[in-house]
Design a protein around this ligand. Structure first.
Ligand SMILES: NC(=O)c1ccc[n+]([C@@H]2O[C@H](COP(=O)([O-])OP(=O)(O)OC[C@H]3O[C@@H](n4cnc5c(N)ncnc54)[C@H](OP(=O)(O)O)[C@@H]3O)[C@@H](O)[C@H]2O)c1
Length: 231
């Protein structure tokens, strides 16, 4: 893949930050978002990517994000919809407003941003959209009503976009990581060395993007080989 223009949501930490770093190392231009200036500045300083504070749950901020991609890079070739949040609750005790807020970022924010980017990709007759779903979007679990539902939605939406966008030579790739060692949900310290790292997911994304444009991997699950190993 030659040099391309990446927009990565939630690039200030975890998987998103690993994708920012890997894309920069490969010589691509990158704009990324986050919601906290300190982590945005750290990633921007370390990688040379352009970071901006923008909440993907807010439509006006998505509009601003796309405008900044145009001024900074002259457009977008690769959109990585990575930003998402987490809410666990037992049915019977679930706060439906908290679930609505989660859907605002994990689902509606992703749709709003992509809705703004796709006309640009169609005009240039090509581009890639990578949606970060989860293995939680393929198998339900206790307390997972809100999060798992949002990730099932991401997988379903990805299939709809594949059906719509393949005739425009736009690839839509859905990535389903199993548990990855990040600060996800504020739970620092899931440091079992045999579980997945953010860089494993970033490598998966870059491998999918590096496939010849005529070939598309619609969905990829990524599991740790032996997360039970104690060492
Ligand atoms: N870690 C796992 O085990 C795992 C497994 C499967 C799937 N995933 C998925 O992988 C993606 C990344 O997760 P992660 O583990 O890397 O999480 P993380 O370490 O918590 O990082 C999340 C990133 O997204 C940003 N973010 C969150 N909500 C945002 C919003 N509304 N607008 C803009 N930025 C926002 C955060 O920035 P701020 O901190 O500034 O808000 C941060 O940069 C998510 O889609 C998640 O569902 C994770």
């Amino acid at each position: 893949m030659g040099p391309r223009r990446f927009l990565i949501t939630g690039g200030s930490q975890g998987i998103g930050a690993a994708v920012v770093a890997m894309a920069r190392q490969a010589g691509h231009q990158v704009v990324f978002t986050g919601r906290h200036d300190d982590t945005i500045e750290q990633v921007a300083g370390a990688t040379g990517a352009f970071g901006l504070r923008a909440d993907s749950a807010i439509d006006d901020e998505n509009e601003k994000t796309v405008e900044i991609c145009q001024t900074q890079m002259g457009g977008i070739d690769v959109l990585v919809n990575n930003a998402a949040s987490w809410y666990d609750a037992a049915i019977g005790e679930l706060d439906v407003d908290a679930m609505r807020r989660l859907f605002d970022s994990n689902v509606f924010g992703m749709v709003d941003l992509t809705n703004r980017v796709v006309p640009l990709l169609k005009m240039q007759a090509g581009g890639d959209i990578v949606n970060i779903a989860s293995t939680s979007g393929a198998k339900g679990r206790k307390l997972g009503t809100a999060y798992a539902a949002s990730k099932w939605a991401v997988r379903g939406i990805s299939q709809c976009w594949q059906a719509e966008l393949r005739p425009h030579s736009i690839r839509v790739i859905s990535i389903c990581p199993s548990e990855v060692q990040t600060r996800w949900g504020g739970r620092v310290g899931r440091n079992n060395p045999n579980k997945l790292y953010a860089t494993d997911i970033a490598q998966t994304i870059m491998a999918a993007l590096n496939m010849p444009q005529r070939a598309m991997w619609p969905e990829l699950s990524v599991f740790a080989t032996n997360p039970w190993k104690e060492d």
